[in-house]
Write a new protein. Structure first.
Length: 194
């Protein structure tokens, strides 16, 4: 297996030369940082470029393995998450958790994709009962989310096909038990990249 630094070089080679991160950093800038051996900086910029430009699963796999070798656990999980989204599509929503006095959750949960929550997305069983669907949850731009807080989240369903009917503006509910743990409004649905 290649070392992290070789993997980062390989990931750069998968980008088009005109790819630019939101902060203006270019593929040329990344190549300069590689020359300076700024490995963690290179990983960060590659993630930023990949977040705004269509990239392949292979790109995210290279970054995930590089992050693993560099012992950057959250970056590794994010790269694995983004690779999953390339394969299965993206569902983003604004989630508002109920307060601790209203729900069962008393503490914040980690926002890095490890929580698997149940969701009422409108599906029904064959006898008409509510059918809950499970999805991992990633909180955007925050380390965690606690009772009474609101944040944009990304959902990674265990059965993506059951979520394909969702569209922007749909209301869905997160459930950890009774009562409802939070409500969310879908803000984006992106199909898988082919």
């Amino acid at each position: 297996m290649d070392d992290a630094f070789t993997l980062l070089r390989q990931a750069v080679d998968l980008l088009s030369e005109d790819a630019v991160a939101e902060n203006g950093q270019t593929v040329g800038d990344v190549r300069e940082d590689i020359g300076l051996q700024e490995w963690e900086l290179v990983l960060g910029v590659l993630i930023e470029i990949g977040d705004v430009h269509p990239v392949s699963v292979a790109f995210w796999e290279l970054l995930a393995e590089a992050a693993r070798q560099m012992v950057l656990a959250r970056s590794r999980r994010w790269c694995e998450w983004r690779g999953w989204e390339v394969r299965h599509g993206t569902i983003r929503a604004t989630l508002s958790l109920v307060g601790a006095e209203e729900g069962r959750r008393l503490t914040a949960f980690s926002g890095d994709g490890r929580l698997r929550s149940m969701w009422d997305i409108g599906n029904r069983t064959s006898d008409g009962e509510q059918d809950l669907n499970i999805a991992r949850l990633w909180v955007e731009f925050a380390e965690e989310l606690g009772p009474g807080e609101t944040a944009d989240v990304r959902l990674a369903p265990l059965q993506p096909g059951q979520w394909r009917h969702l569209k922007r503006g749909d209301a869905i509910t997160m459930q950890e038990a009774r009562p409802v743990a939070g409500t969310a409004t879908v803000i984006e649905v992106v199909p898988p990249h082919t």
